[in-house]
Write a protein that binds this ligand. Structure first.
Ligand code: ZN
Ligand code: ZN
Length: 274
C-alpha cells in the first residue's frame, strides 16, 4: 500500500535535502501517505538525545543553560545527575510521564534535571518534594529508580577549591550587598568556568548513588474546568470553591493557597497584586 504511493524521485530528493539541512521535514510536500509523513516528524528532543548518546556533558550543560540563563556549578550537577540517571536506567523521555523525576530542591540543580531528563514542571513528570536536599530520584513506570544526592563531603571541598567565586557569591547573592558591575561579571565568569570543570569530576565522588524500587506517582489526572462566577476566569474544578451556590476561584474566595517561590512551598492568602 505504502509502496505504491511512494514516489522515488520525491523521496530521494527529500533525503538529499534533509541531509544537507536545506529543508525541515515539516515543510515537505510529497505523494507519501499521511502515516509516512508523520513518521518523519523528528523527536523535539533529538539534539539532547544525541548529546546523551555521545556522553557530551558540556553540550548538555550549554543546552541546559539556554533554559537556566547562566552557567553555574549546581546546574552542572543537575546535568550530571540527569545524564547518569538516563544512562543507568536506559530510558528516553518523551515528556509523557513515562519517566519521572522527583526532585528535592528548587535550585539551579533542578533546571539541569528538567532539561536532561525531559521531566518538567509543565509536563507533570517533575515531582517536587520540598525537603531542601540537592537530590533527585529518576524512575521508570515499573518503579525501577535511581537516586542521586550531592555528597556533602564533596560539596564542602568546593569552597576551598574556588574561594574567589564563593567570596563573590556570598557578597552578591547571599548578603545582597552592593557590588560593582565588574564583580558581577567576575562572579558569572568564575561560575561558568567552574561549571565546566566540575563536569569531569567522577560521578561517584560528586553524588551518593542508590538503585531502588519506588511506588511511582499516578499519571496526572485531567480535570474539568469551571468559570468563576466573580472574575469570569476559567479554573480547574478541584481548585474552585462554592460561594452562594456558585463556583468561585481561590483569589475571589480569598482563600489560602500554596505557592512555590525561592523559599520552597508555602501558604499564601492574597494574590501578588499591590
Ligand atoms: Zn544557577
Ligand atoms: Zn475569580
Amino acid at each position: 500500500m505504502l509502496k505504491s504511493k511512494f514516489n522515488i524521485k520525491d523521496s530521494t530528493l527529500k533525503i538529499v535535502l534533509l541531509k544537507k539541512n536545506l529543508i525541515t521535514p515539516f515543510k515537505i510536500k510529497s505523494t507519501m501517505t499521511q502515516e509516512k509523513e508523520e513518521s518523519d516528524i523528528p523527536s523535539p528532543r533529538r539534539e539532547i538525545e544525541k548529546l546523551i548518546e555521545k556522553g557530551d556533558l558540556k553540550g548538555l550543560l550549554y543546552k541546559a543553560a539556554e533554559l537556566h540563563g547562566h552557567l553555574c556549578p549546581y546546574l552542572a550537577y543537575g546535568v550530571m545527575a540527569g545524564y547518569t540517571a538516563i544512562k543507568e536506567l536506559k530510558i528516553k523521555s518523551r515528556g509523557m510521564e513515562e519517566v519521572i523525576a522527583i526532585v528535592e530542591t528548587n535550585s539551579c540543580f533542578t533546571d539541569g534535571i528538567q532539561f536532561v531528563t525531559g521531566c518538567t514542571f509543565g509536563n507533570n513528570a517533575l515531582i517536587f518534594r520540598d525537603i531542601g536536599k540537592t537530590a533527585v530520584t529518576v524512575a521508570k513506570r515499573d518503579g525501577t529508580a535511581i537516586r542521586l544526592v550531592l555528597n556533602p563531603e564533596f560539596e564542602e571541598t568546593r569552597m576551598k577549591e574556588y574561594p574567589e567565586a564563593y567570596r563573590l557569591w556570598n557578597k552578591i547573592v547571599v548578603k545582597r550587598e552592593k557590588a560593582t558591575e565588574e564583580e558581577h561579571e567576575k562572579m558569572m565568569k568564575l561560575f561558568a568556568e567552574i561549571s565546566l570543570k566540575e563536569l569531569s569530576q567522577p560521578i561517584n565522588k560528586v553524588f551518593k548513588i542508590t538503585h531502588l524500587k519506588i511506588k511511582v506517582p499516578e499519571y496526572a489526572p485531567i480535570f474539568k474546568s469551571v468559570i468563576c462566577s466573580i472574575c469570569g476566569e476559567k479554573v480547574m474544578e478541584p481548585k474552585a470553591r462554592i460561594k452562594d451556590g456558585k463556583p468561585v476561584c481561590i483569589d475571589c474566595a480569598k482563600e489560602e493557597h500554596y505557592i512555590l517561590d525561592g523559599k520552597g512551598i508555602s501558604i499564601k492568602r492574597e494574590p501578588f497584586t499591590l
